[in-house]
Design a protein around this ligand. Structure first.
Ligand code: ATP
Ligand code: MG
Length: 391
């Protein structure tokens, strides 16, 4: 008997062509996440199913796990089997699914849930549920029927050509399919925040490219490796990931030499934005994503954020703006970036850090400092050094 995964979309309340595009993107992403498994995907109105001939319990579990944890745009997945649209067979298989569930979970209460999107069999869904329930209960009389919050729910979905019967249902990631909002540039450092910001942007349909600034030989190769490891983690949610590595050494040395050190961090950030503007133009990036958070560290004030926004040629999205640090850490742990992020290697921003960074910079003051540099040629040279890697 084929195992089947019944998948419901999340937030796809869109209509017409948009809806089809979104559905196609979710399906494409799901297929990519399952590229190591032999599967067949079928689209049915408002949902889709994935079939596999595999009888290997481990593999079936793994497919369910991947669908639940790596595909944005899905609401939930039920794992079950297919039967013909035939009442006797449906009863029999509902009972088998109940038995299987009982072996694993020892439920005391149960219910049968029937859905008939095509209304192709006689009777009402409630009547069908009662009939199947009576059959199952006849064979398993120790169970009690409980319609609200039972220990076991056997779901019967009667589709056009066949029926799906399932007992295991898992919540998926929700959100929008990666790619549906377009391509963005995640400013990825080795810290805790930016990978989480990237993940949340993916959740809203953004396809990530990463932009990473390093200052060799002052920042070690290990920091770069760490950033690449983080990008690999984010790659699990999309097809491939591109990293632009920018050499930031000359700029940092020049800032240190010529400008007032209390503006060092924010002037550096402004240079990052200028370089990112050039990358965005060349590679059709529609927005920037950062891990910035309001007031979390002294440089992240509204005044300082304004000094960056005012330069950016693309919107700067900051998914973590309202998050508490412990909420960010919780997500970082969930997506498996935390352990990498806390490795203690220097980032170019922790380098040369002034003792008192300016918390409320004024654009006028920054422009005064920037006038001491030939910043356009510094930016142009940095852009020339950009190293592009596709993981
Ligand atoms: P993170 O944990 O992401 O490093 P943070 O809390 O340490 O963030 P900052 O160091 O002030 O905060 O950096 C703010 C944001 O600026 C980062 O989240 C990231 O998006 C961007 N950023 C900082 N340093 C770099 C870098 N070397 N390369 C690319 N982006 C960077
Ligand atoms: Mg940082």
């Amino acid at each position: 008997m084929k195992t089947i995964f019944l998948l419901k979309y999340g937030e796809l309340t869109l209509k017409g062509r948009n809806r089809r595009d979104f559905e196609n993107k979710v399906i494409k992403n799901a297929k990519h996440v399952l590229k190591d498994h032999e599967i067949l995907v079928e689209k049915i109105f408002g949902r889709f199913v994935i079939k596999t001939d595999s009888t290997n319990e481990e593999e079936i579990k793994e497919i369910g796990y991947k669908l639940a944890n790596f595909v944005f745009g899905l609401s939930n997945v039920s794992i079950g089997v297919i039967v013909e649209n035939d009442f006797d067979k449906i009863n029999e298989v509902a009972f088998e699914q109940a038995e299987k569930f009982i072996e694993k979970h020892d439920p005391k209460t149960f219910k049968i849930e029937v859905k008939r999107p095509f209304k192709n069999m006689p009777g009402t869904s409630t009547k069908l549920a009662a009939d199947i329930g009576a059959f199952v209960w006849g064979k398993l009389p120790s169970l009690k029927v409980k319609l609200v919050d039972p220990d076991m729910t056997i779901r019967v979905e009667i589709l056009e050509d066949y029926t799906i019967i399932s007992s295991d249902k898992f919540e998926c990631l929700k959100g929008l399919p990666v790619g549906s909002s377009g391509k963005v540039g995640l400013m990825l450092s080795g810290g805790i925040d930016s990978p989480v910001a990237g993940y949340l942007a993916q959740k809203r349909g953004c396809y990530l490219n990463c932009i990473y600034f390093h200052s060799p030989p002052h920042t070690p190769q290990k920091t770069k490796d760490k950033v690449f490891t983080l990008a690999e983690k984010l790659k699990q949610y999309q097809q491939g990931i591109r990293i632009f590595t920018v050499n930031f050494t000359e700029i940092q040395l020049m800032l240190r030499k010529t400008t007032d050190m209390q503006y060092f961090v924010i002037l550096g950030r402004r240079m990052m934005i200028r370089i990112s503007n050039a990358i965005a133009k060349r590679y059709k990036i529609k927005a920037f994503i950062t891990g910035e958070n309001l007031g979390q560290v002294s440089s992240q004030t509204l005044e300082n954020l304004h000094c960056m926004n005012s330069l950016a040629h693309r919107p700067i999205l900051r998914p973590l703006i309202t998050y508490d640090k412990n909420e960010v850490i919780e997500i970082a742990r969930k997506i498996g970036t935390y352990e990498t992020s806390i490795l203690p290697y220097d980032d170019c921003c922790t380098l040369f850090l002034p003792p008192n960074p300016r918390t409320k910079a004024k654009i006028r003051q920054l422009e005064f400092e920037e006038a001491k540099l030939d910043f356009q040629s510094l930016v142009d040279r940095a852009v020339e050094t950009v190293e592009l890697v596709d993981l």
